[in-house]
Design a protein around this ligand. Structure first.
Ligand SMILES: Nc1ncnc2c1ncn2[C@@H]1O[C@H](COP(=O)(O)OP(=O)(O)OP(=O)(O)O)[C@@H](O)[C@H]1O
Ligand SMILES: [Mg+2]
Ligand SMILES: [Zn+2]
Length: 373
């Protein structure tokens, strides 16, 4: 099963990665600045893309590389037909070098890269270096990179991407033009899922797609791989209902989470522990439950801090669910929500190593329900 999943993953992933700037969802400010600089021929030597997982960093880095080396560009959009474009799309361009710093933490990859940098591009205008997860470069690799950024050859363009800007050395950051990618909103994700489902001729009921969008927590990558799993489960021409998705993915409904939070508020240890165990028995993925719970509590905390933070558009919740959340947060102090969040974040981490997966959650429940007011 795992193998099949990964293969279909690759298909959807390749198939629906935007190949033109106009296909990118959200990130308008980034797209506009990049396309303006292509139109005006004002290309910098170093760009830094910061932002959450699956928000389009690698996608836009490759798109940008394609656009600046395209031999038949139509305005700022790459033609996707010339030799440079097709080589980049096939992943075998000599002038686009991608390094995943998470897998090459050593100096070697960067050293090789830097030794090669003095050579002109093979057949394109620019030699483009994409360094993904660049906060993970070792110290010496980062220093080597910094040296290069201080005096880059005129044909070199660096595109650095990171999910954790604060872990980057500031001297690198200050040499780059920096872009902050936004976490995608649930309606944006739903819309693209609808588009993909239509292209793939897969019928979903509406609530099924929003259930997937909600469970992706703002990451397109996660949304698309959830959709992938649903498609490989249902086969072509099937109608996928939210109930199928819940069962297939072990997804937790907001209603279940809300009920669980009620039990915590009432300090009802017994029912809270029973809920967890019956979920485990019915095949709910508890790791998934913990993640969704943390997401729910975070939304509650935002609501507590400012009631206008959350609305029907950005929360992914139904009117009923949102009202329920509002009522719950009203009965809690901000400190209580914070405390729950900390305990469950911790529990979620510890579950990965626990022989009894529900134990860390049970301990968190005890902590919360036995706490003096
Ligand atoms: N803004 C977007 N518009 C349309 N599709 C997107 C967008 N962002 C991501 N996707 C989809 O999600 C997939 C993964 O995106 P991408 O690899 O660009 O994410 P990333 O920001 O580099 O994430 P990570 O930090 O995990 O590497 C893409 O193949 C694409 O299909
Ligand atoms: Mg990436
Ligand atoms: Zn082209």
């Amino acid at each position: 099963m795992g193998k099949i999943r990964r293969m279909t993953n690759l298909v959807l992933y390749r198939k629906y990665r935007p190949q033109r700037f106009e296909e990118v969802v959200g990130q308008e400010h980034v797209v506009q600045t990049l396309t303006n600089s292509i139109s005006s021929g004002n290309i910098s030597h170093a760009y830094l893309f910061c932002g959450p997982r699956g928000s389009g960093k690698t996608t836009l880095a490759r798109l940008f590389a394609k656009a600046i080396n395209c031999k038949a560009a139509e305005g700022f959009e790459p033609c996707n037909k010339c030799s440079s474009c097709t080589e980049i799309m096939a992943g075998n361009s000599m002038d686009l070098i991608e390094v995943d710093a998470a897998s090459h933490t050593g100096v070697d990859a960067i050293r090789e890269l830097i030794e090669g940098i003095k050579f002109s591009p093979v057949k394109s205008k620019y030699k483009v270096f994409i360094i993904d997860e660049c906060h993970q470069l070792s110290k010496s690799a980062a220093n080597a990179l910094l040296k290069t950024l201080e005096e880059p050859p005129s044909h070199a363009v660096f595109l650095l991407a990171t999910t954790e800007t604060h872990k980057m050395i500031p001297t690198i950051v200050s040499r780059c033009q920096k872009f902050d990618f936004k976490r995608l909103q649930i309606p944006e994700i739903s819309k693209k899922l609808q588009f993909i489902a239509k292209k793939e001729c897969i019928k979903f009921d509406d609530s099924a797609l929003s259930l997937i969008a909600l469970n992706s927590r703002g990451s397109f990558r996660d949304a698309e791989s959830l959709l992938d799993q649903c498609i490989s489960f249902a086969g072509q021409n099937a109608l996928i209902k939210s109930q199928d998705i819940k069962e297939l993915l072990g997804i937790v409904e907001v209603g279940q989470i809300a009920q669980f939070v009620d039990q915590l508020i009432e300090k009802n240890t017994k029912d809270a522990v029973l809920s967890i165990n019956s979920m485990a028995d019915t095949g709910v993925d508890l790791q998934e439950f913990a993640k969704t719970l943390v997401f729910y509590l975070r939304q509650s905390l935002l609501l507590k801090i400012n009631p206008n933070f959350l609305n029907l558009q950005n929360s992914g919740l139904s009117a009923e669910e949102l009202n329920k959340m509002k009522a719950q947060t009203a009965s809690l102090a901000q400190k209580d929500v914070q405390n729950m969040l900390e305990l469950f974040i911790d529990a979620e981490n510890r579950m990965k190593y626990s022989a009894v997966p529900q134990l860390p959650i049970e301990l968190a429940i005890l902590d919360i329900t036995h706490k003096e007011n």
